[in-house]
Design a protein around this ligand. Structure first.
Ligand code: HEC
Ligand code: HEC
Length: 277
C-alpha cells in the first residue's frame, strides 16, 4: 500500500491548507480499509455507508486513522486496546477521553503525544469515543503490537563508494544495481525534497532554524519507530509539524528509507538514479 497523494495534490496546488483538507479523508479511508473491508469514506455505495456506525464515519473523516488502527498499534494505541482499558468505567471515562481527543497529549500509553483536535467539536468527539469503546477486543491482538509499516527482519549489505560494507534492513538499490535506487527510496527522495527540505535542508544535509540534520539523528541511535512517531505526531511547540492526515506511515517509511540510506553513505547528495533512468 504505497499510493501516492499526487493525484489529489495536482487538483489543488494553491495552498497547503487546501491539499491537507483534501488528502486527509483519502488517507483515512485507505488505512481504515485494512480493518473494515469494503467501507470507503468517499466512494462507498449509500447502502454500505448507511450500515457504518456514525462514530466510524466521523473517525474516517478526521485524521484518526493516520495514527490509529482498530486491532494494532500504529503511532497511537489500537482502538480495541483502548476499549479494553476503559471497559466498564462508564461516563467518566467517556468524558475524559473526549477531552483528551480535543486537547491532545501524552502519558497514558507512552511519551508520544496525540495531536489536538480543537475543530472536531465535542459532539463528534463523543460519537467517535463511544464507537471506540463499543469495540470488542480481538483475540490475541494485545500480544502483537505490530505496526502496519513494520520491517521484514531481512537485512541487505551494500558497499559505500569508499569500500565500506554497511548493513540495512530494507532494499536500497534495485537487484543487481549499485546506483539505481528502489522506487521506495526514490519516492522518499522526492517527498523529502518537497516537504521536509524547507527545514531539514535539501537532500537531508542539515537544517535551518532549529531543525536537526536527520542523518545525525539516525546516526545518534534514533530508531525507525521513533522517526515515524515523531514525523506523524510532530512537536508543534518546537516547530516540527505533525504530518498525520497528510502522509500515511507507509509514506513516511519511504522518507525514512531515503534519509537512512543517506546517513550510512549509500545515496549521495542530489537526485539518485531510479528504475526510470
Ligand atoms: C498524530 C497521531 C494521532 C492522531 C492523528 C490521533 N491520535 Fe489518538 N492517540 C495518539 C497517541 C500517540 C495516543 C497515546 C497518548 C497517550 O499516551 O496518552 C493516542 C491516544 C488516543 C486515545 C486514548 C487516550 C487515553 O488517554 O487513553 C483515544 C481515545 C484516541 N487516541 C482517539 C483518537 C481520535 C478519535 C482521533 C481522531 C479525531 C485520534 N485519536 C487521532 C496519536 C494520534
Ligand atoms: C517547518 C519546519 C519543519 C518541517 C517542514 C519538517 N520538520 Fe522535522 N523538525 C523540525 C524541527 C524544528 C525539529 C526539532 C524539534 C525539537 O527540537 O525537538 C524537527 C525534528 C524532526 C525529527 C526528530 C529528530 C530528532 O533528532 O529528534 C524528525 C524525525 C523529523 N523532524 C522528521 C521530519 C520529516 C520526515 C519531515 C517531512 C515530512 C519534516 N520533519 C519536516 C522542523 C520541521
Amino acid at each position: 500500500m504505497r499510493n501516492n497523494p499526487w493525484v489529489v495534490l495536482a487538483a489543488c496546488t494553491v495552498s497547503m491548507v487546501c491539499t491537507v483538507a483534501i488528502a486527509a479523508p483519502l488517507v483515512a479511508a485507505r488505512s481504515a480499509d485494512a480493518v473494515i473491508a469494503g467501507a470507503q469514506a468517499s466512494s462507498a455505495p449509500a447502502s454500505a455507508a448507511a450500515q457504518e456506525p456514525a462514530g466510524l464515519k466521523d473517525a474516517k473523516a478526521s485524521d484518526c486513522f493516520a495514527c490509529h488502527a482498530v486491532d494494532h498499534k500504529v503511532v497511537g494505541p489500537a482502538y480495541d486496546e483502548v476499549a479494553r482499558r476503559y471497559a466498564g468505567k462508564g461516563n467518566a471515562a467517556v468524558d475524559k477521553l473526549v477531552k483528551k481527543v480535543i486537547d491532545g497529549g501524552s502519558g497514558n500509553w507512552g511519551s508520544i503525544a496525540m495531536t489536538p483536535h480543537p475543530d472536531l467539536g465535542k459532539q463528534k468527539a463523543r460519537t467517535i469515543v463511544e464507537w471506540i469503546l463499543s469495540l470488542k477486543p480481538s483475540a490475541g491482538a494485545s500480544a502483537v503490537a505490530k505496526s502496519s509499516a513494520q520491517t521484514s527482519g531481512k537485512t541487505y549489505t551494500y558497499k559505500t563508494e569508499d569500500g565500506k560494507a554497511v548493513k540495512v534492513d530494507f532494499q536500497v538499490f534495485l537487484p543487481g544495481q549499485d546506483t539505481k535506487v528502489t522506487n521506495d527510496v526514490f519516492t522518499g527522495y522526492e517527498q523529502f525534497n518537497a516537504y521536509c527540505n524547507r527545514c531539514h535542508g535539501d537532500d537531508a544535509v542539515g537544517g535551518a532554524y532549529a531543525a536537526p540534520d536527520l542523518r545525525h539523528s539516525l546516526e545518534g541511535g534514533m530508531t525507525y519507530q521513533q522517526f515515524i512517531d515523531t514525523a506523524m505526531a510532530g512537536r508543534e511547540s518546537r516547530g516540527m509539524p505533525s504530518w498525520a492526515g497528510f502522509f500515511t506511515p507507509e509514506q513516511i517509511r519511504d522518507i525514512y528509507d531515503y534519509v537512512k540510506a543517506r546517513s550510512v553513505g549509500l545515496v549521495p547528495e542530489g537526485r539518485p538514479a531510479s528504475a526510470q533512468d
